[in-house]
Design a protein around this ligand. Structure first.
Ligand SMILES: *Cc1c(COP(=O)(O)O)cnc(C)c1O
Length: 236
């Protein structure tokens, strides 16, 4: 009988799951409350399917065009969240194919998703993207404005606010990142307390390959991992 060799993606998936479980337990959290998202940008479909077959049930897509080319080749029905910056004129291509848009970063985009979802009679789960370090060239709402923005989302009948997402600051030291993650958790509490329609607000999407364990310690419910799972990205 031939022994089956595990691929790198299978090994990485298992290791990351274990590390999430450990980080959750040390923080007194239930590991079941944290979802591991496989971030698929630039990754070949075969590799993505290996992750799905290893147990990954959540994919994160950044680019509309790449997603449209790949998604029909994905195995089974892994759930897909859109996590990249989304031009308003592209929203119409994805609203029927994703279960959540995590990267809502303007009211204009929220209006467009509302309009497109009304057309297909769908209520879309969304997260508001927060530019937590107030970086100049970064998308997302400032921490100061996001609570007010969250209240406006109540006016959109086809949007359901589920929580917040952040990318953090690239190159930040671990203690700085920890402060951002803490701030995100406090913002989620604020938003929950200020919104009347708040029973669904319970998602904090933060932490990537380099800091997902820290994010779990600080309350993340979705961690978004690309290179840690699939290896270094090669951009063409
Ligand atoms: C690429 C990307 C990730 C994953 O980054 P890695 O460093 O590869 O883990 C997470 N979130 C967003 C929004 C991304 O664009």
């Amino acid at each position: 009988m031939q022994e089956k060799l595990l691929t790198d993606t299978e090994i990485n998936y298992k290791e990351i799951k274990e590390k999430i479980t450990e980080a959750a337990k040390s923080a007194g959290r239930d590991p079941e409350d944290i979802r591991l998202m496989a971030v698929t940008k630039t990754v070949a479909t075969e590799k993505i399917n290996i992750a799905i077959n290893s147990g990954c049930d959540l994919l994160g897509e950044n680019r509309v065009q790449e997603f449209l080319e790949k998604y029909e080749s994905y195995d089974k029905n892994a759930e897909v969240h859109f996590i990249g910056s989304l031009q308003t004129n592209k929203a119409k291509y994805i609203v029927d194919k994703v279960s959540m848009i995590e990267s809502v970063d303007s009211i204009k985009l929220a209006e467009e998703i509302e309009k497109r979802c009304e057309k297909i009679d769908k209520i879309m789960d969304i997260l508001l993207e927060v530019n937590i370090a107030n970086e100049e060239n970064k998308g997302g709402f400032s921490p100061e404005e996001v609570v007010g923005i969250s209240e406006k989302i109540n006016d959109f009948p086809h949007l359901r606010l589920r929580g917040l997402m952040t990318i953090g600051r690239f190159g930040a030291e671990i203690e700085e990142t920890r402060q951002y993650f803490k701030k995100m958790r406090h913002l989620l509490v604020d938003i929950k307390s200020k919104n009347r329609d708040n029973i669904y607000i319970n998602i904090l999407s933060m932490g990537m390959s380099g800091d997902y364990e820290l994010a779990v310690s600080e309350g993340a419910t979705i961690v978004r991992v690309g290179q840690g799972l699939f290896g270094a990205r090669k951009y063409v």
